[in-house]
Design a protein around this ligand. Sequence first.
Ligand SMILES: Cc1ncc(COP(=O)(O)O)c(C=O)c1O
Ligand SMILES: [Zn+2]
Length: 419
Amino acid sequence: MAGTTFATGLRCRICGEGYPLEAIHACERCFGPLEVVYDYQAVKSAISHESIAAGPRTIWRYRALLPVATETPVDLGVGCTPLIRADRLGKALGLDNLYLKNDCVNPTYSFKDRVVAVAATRAVELGLDTFACASTGNLACAVAAASSVAGLKCFVFVPADLELSKIINALVYGPNLVQVDGNYDQVNRLCSELADEYGWGFANVNLRPYYAEGSKTLAFEVAEQLGWEAPDHVVVPIASGALMVKIDKGFRELEQVGLIAPRNTRFSGAQAEGCSPVATAFAEGRDDVRPVKPNTFVRSLAIGDPADGPFALQVARRTGGAIGSASDPEVAAGISLLARTEGIFAETAGGTTVAVLKKLAEQGIVKREERVVAYITGNGLKTPDAVAEELSAPFKIAPTLSAFEDQVLHGDRQLAGVR
Ligand SMILES: Cc1ncc(COP(=O)(O)O)c(C=O)c1O
Ligand SMILES: [Zn+2]
């Protein structure tokens, strides 16, 4: 159904050149990335805390700040995920005001459902019949599910070494899943060629300006859940860097349209040590992000040449945050710590966020009294092997009382939390 949008066009983030709202992502003049611009005055007069509260309990309650016109967007029930106060994890990390945004509970179990809902809606609006992506895993699941709901043909391209559970999590929705013998950066290059050749809608290639806007809803929801206030400090996992850049854009837009008071929210980023080009550039004080070859089990963050890396770097520097990294064992320990304190089983990206938050708190970069929100962006059932080795084996016994007492209660092994 036709409707209105407050998006007025696309603009190059480097040279400022304007473009129409089409399936394009790079500036013809300077190859810079394009982003969506809005008429914020019009948005301001159209929305209020009350109008948002009266909207659906999905990301579409923030439709005025998303680049879609239709009143019937692709809707899997994405967003409005819990923001929980994490006092037990906070205590373990020495933080008095820690919150977790639990995006593990989206329809396909990661925050990628947000960006994909916007990209899929634009694909339909633009009349495209095929929806596709280059993925480190989570995006493949989200694109495949959204294609089913939107009635789009679907191709998803993933690196050949992707975890089996992510492949199953994507295949179940019935896409054409293509395993490419190469790493994510090679998959991405192939997809750029395919987008040019076939004109399909690639969520994170030619639809990228729209796709990336979906991440702003992680700022909108957190602000609304905090009673229309921005937090003091956020910690965000970084792969391409788009998530971090767009959460920052989200808070600034809320200020601009008068929904929150200005606050310089500090942004810190988290990368896996085996793929940490942005953290390295931050540590070395450089503006350029030098590509690396990923070597980490944190596959969801394994982008060696991150498109939005330099912009994420700018956000961390401008806001007084930092970008840190964690080794694979530290990530596994982060997953366990999160599960054992807050009952959330996150995938490796979540373990990375917790592990880097722990370091930043120890270094005094994240401060004890700050109101901190850590973004937990994907579900641990997709990467169970990451922690399997850390866990103690279950007891195996005969179905008798004596077997339970001899082998479990009075056996050799120490029991967890039982006297
Ligand atoms: C679970 C999860 N968290 C965070 C990210 C990082 O997102 P971005 O590529 O926008 O930096 C990804 C990217 O694939 C992801 O799968
Ligand atoms: Zn340009």
